[in-house]
Write a protein of this length. Structure first.
Length: 255
C-alpha cells in the first residue's frame, strides 16, 4: 500500500486547540517552558483523543480548504483609521483554522471571506487565498495531494477535500501519542526538541495607509509578551487589555 502513495504530494493540516476559548478565557493558551518535556506537555498541545487520518484532495479542493480557514479573519478596510479586529471571534471557532504545511500561500484580508464559520459558501466571487505554491510552483488545480489530518476533520465532510470518499488511511493511533512519541524519539536522538515555525503562510501586505489600526487579542502573560517581542512574524505592540482580560495588540500588516 505504501508504494501506491509515493506518486502523491504529501501535506499536513493542523489547527490551534487552545487559543482563548471562544474569546472567554485569556488563560486558554498553551505555554511550554524551556526544560524537560512530559506527556502532559504533548497532551496540552493536542487536547483531544483524535486519531491520525490521511485524505486525498485535489489542488482545487486544497485551495478551497484554505478558503474555509480564511474565514477566521475579518475583512480589513485598507482606507480606515479606526480600530479593526483581526479575528472573527463571534463567527468562527479557532479550532477550524487549519494551517496546511508543505505549501506556501497568502491571505488577502481586504477581500470578504468566501466561506462562513461553518464552511458555507457566502461570497462566491471572493477569493482570499493567493500565491498558493508547492515547492515554488503554482499549485495545479488537478494535482492530487495526500493530507495528514485528524479523524474529526477528515470525517466531518465540512471542508472541501474531506469526507468518507476522500479517506485513504485511518490510523488507530491517537495524534497526541504520535506527537509524544516524536518528542521522545527526537530528544533521544538529538538531545532536545527545537520547533520553529516555517512561516509558510502570511497576509498580503496592506500598504498605503499609515493610520491603519488592526487589533489582535491574545494571552496577557509575560511569556506571550516575550514571545511576541522576540519572534512575532509581524511587528506588534500592546495597546491595552480588554474587559475580559485579553492583551490587545496593534499588528502591522504592511510588511
Amino acid at each position: 500500500m505504501l508504494q501506491q502513495w509515493l506518486a502523491y504530494l504529501f501535506l499536513s493540516a493542523g489547527a490551534p486547540f487552545k487559543a482563548g476559548g471562544r474569546k472567554n478565557d485569556p488563560t486558554g493558551y498553551t505555554e511550554v517552558n524551556k526544560g524537560k518535556l512530559t506527556f502532559r506537555n504533548a497532551a496540552d498541545l493536542y487536547l483531544y483523543p483524535n486519531t491520525l487520518v490521511v485524505v486525498k484532495a485535489t489542488g482545487e479542493q486544497l485551495k478551497e480548504w484554505l478558503e474555509c480557514s480564511a474565514g477566521m479573519f475579518k475583512q480589513i478596510d485598507p482606507t480606515s483609521d479606526k480600530p479593526q479586529s483581526l479575528i472573527d471571534w463571534e463567527g468562527f471557532r479557532t479550532y477550524n483554522f487549519d494551517v496546511i504545511d508543505g505549501v506556501n500561500y497568502e491571505y488577502d484580508l481586504t477581500k470578504p471571506a468566501r466561506y462562513d464559520g461553518e464552511c458555507k459558501l457566502i461570497n462566491p466571487e471572493s477569493h482570499r487565498v493567493v500565491n498558493l505554491t508547492y515547492q515554488g510552483k503554482p499549485v495545479d488545480p488537478k494535482a492530487e495531494f495526500l493530507i495528514a489530518t485528524n479523524n474529526y476533520r477528515a470525517y466531518g465532510n465540512k471542508f472541501p477535500g474531506t469526507g468518507d470518499k476522500h479517506i485513504v488511511y485511518a490510523s488507530p493511533d491517537e495524534s497526541r501519542q504520535i506527537l509524544a512519541d516524536y518528542i521522545k524519539a527526537t530528544s533521544e536522538k538529538e538531545g532536545s526538541v527545537n520547533p520553529n515555525a516555517d512561516k509558510n503562510w502570511r497576509f498580503v501586505p496592506i500598504t498605503g495607509n499609515d493610520k491603519l489600526d488592526v487589533r489582535f487579542e491574545t494571552s496577557p502573560s509575560e511569556q506571550a509578551a516575550k514571545f511576541i517581542a522576540e519572534k512575532a512574524q509581524y511587528p506588534m505592540k500592546q495597546v491595552g487589555t480588554d474587559e475580559i482580560g485579553f492583551a490587545v495588540y496593534q499588528i502591522d500588516l504592511s510588511k
